[in-house]
Ligand binder design. Sequence first.
Ligand SMILES: Cc1cc2nc3c(=O)[nH]c(=O)nc-3n(C[C@H](O)[C@H](O)[C@H](O)COP(=O)(O)OP(=O)(O)OC[C@H]3O[C@@H](n4cnc5c(N)ncnc54)[C@H](O)[C@@H]3O)c2cc1C
Ligand SMILES: NC(=O)C1=CN([C@@H]2O[C@H](COP(=O)(O)OP(=O)(O)OC[C@H]3O[C@@H](n4cnc5c(N)ncnc54)[C@H](O)[C@@H]3O)[C@@H](O)[C@H]2O)C=CC1
Length: 446
Amino acid sequence: MPNKIIVVGANHAGTAALNTILDHYKDVDVTAFDANSNISFLGCGMALWIGGQISGPDGLFYSSKEILEGKGAKIYMETSVNSIDFDKKTVYVKDASGKDKEYSYDKLILATGSTPVGPQLPGMSLDNVQFVKLYQNAQEVIEKLGDTSIKKVAVVGGGYIGVELAEAFQRNGREVTLIDCAKTCLSAYYDEMFCKRMEKQLSDHGIHLAFEEKVERLEGNTRVEKVITDKNSYDADMVIFCVGFRPNTKLGNGQLRQFNKNGAYETDLMQQTSHPDVYAVGDCSTVYNNAIEDTDYIALATNAVRSGIIAAHNACGTELKSPGVQGSNGISIWGLNMVSTGLSLDRAKKLGFDAAATDYEDWQKAGFMEKDNYKVVIRIVYDKKTRRILGAQLCSDYDISMSIHLFSMAIQEKVTIDKLKLFDLFFLPHFNQPYNYITMAALNAE
Ligand SMILES: Cc1cc2nc3c(=O)[nH]c(=O)nc-3n(C[C@H](O)[C@H](O)[C@H](O)COP(=O)(O)OP(=O)(O)OC[C@H]3O[C@@H](n4cnc5c(N)ncnc54)[C@H](O)[C@@H]3O)c2cc1C
Ligand SMILES: NC(=O)C1=CN([C@@H]2O[C@H](COP(=O)(O)OP(=O)(O)OC[C@H]3O[C@@H](n4cnc5c(N)ncnc54)[C@H](O)[C@@H]3O)[C@@H](O)[C@H]2O)C=CC1
């Protein structure tokens, strides 16, 4: 077992690694550095906070320096790791008081996460042009929203963060324009028929949609006033950019093997990098995607936690391999719930699969259940040659979120669409129908 483990970055992935080491390996000397002043901020709460759906940010943290130190770790906050000598196994840091220090390790876990993509456009340095990632970003936006002259908010990027924030700003009493260069919102996660349903939900609630528009510049004096796209101009007192994340790999650039698509640290099933003593976890690293049966980049808190646990056990000498991931995800906007896992039909085809989809729409519960009964739309994507399930999407005003886990497991275990046809699903009128939409969709598959 190694004596000394250093964890760089102590947010979701780093905290998961630290907890695993502290809970299971009593004799390890574990030290973590984080450049920020807080640990474990749940970014998912930012929209709920802005939209007034929760009373404040206090519940959005589940760990702290004190909690981790109470379990035996040494935690240095507001301490940036500036460089690493991977041969000498030494990290070089600048501590909170500005002093340079160095620390040696036996095993290193990189959990440096990601940063929001920042397009290089004229006007990006104007006031009220915001990014949303850290707790401090959320605080700043909330503070600025105290200014009632901020009436119009433009959200650039209609992915998960953008759609959630569009709802949040509208709930906050602002006029919202949601801009995306793609044809629709959430297009990385869902096929068009699901995206269109979300589009309707957004426009029914007053969000102005501006899709297939490319932002060219921002205009204003000191404060932003307009977003100029290739097709239109929108008045905006605040502009939020949420056009994806980029892995934060400054420390290992050129020294550790990197993913050809975006430079994330390439890892194996044990989260080990190209250097045997170095692991990488969370948003700075790759995962193995079972849907494509290959290495992929999927930035999610869930992957951060799982990869942190895996790296910690391996770094401490217990071999543990990842079963891979499916990128399962969900969103709930004004009560419209959508969940997906694996590949959409569109993405599967783009990746070269001979893919097909089987769709079904029905009521959630038996027809005689007059109350709280909602329509559900399901799509299951499968490979026509191997019959392997590649993905699934569900959408309803009912809480169908738990159903997606079945499909996540099916993709992981390479279940075929035919196996799903007579799969045992229980029936109780309070919950579902004897001819369950999952069964019906599978039975209808060609
Ligand atoms: C608004 C928002 C909503 C989200 N909602 C969801 C959701 O609902 N579900 C979901 O699964 N995911 C969600 N995510 C994504 C999720 O937050 C990320 O996938 C997750 O934060 C990744 O965790 P991480 O620990 O790998 O990286 P990060 O959260 O990026 O943390 C990296 C840490 O490393 C530290 N660090 C970086 N470089 C250094 C250095 N050189 N020295 C010291 N410290 C360093 C940073 O200070 C930071 O604390 C959301 C993200 C946002 C922004
Ligand atoms: N519910 C969940 O699981 C949540 C997950 N997250 C995760 O956090 C990460 C970051 O989220 P997002 O920033 O929303 O990324 P995203 O990848 O979900 O969406 C980015 C969007 O920006 C658009 N875009 C890209 N460049 C653009 C440009 N120049 N101009 C206009 N539009 C542009 C894309 O078409 C896409 O719709 C993702 O991995 C996401 O899955 C975030 C929030 C909630």
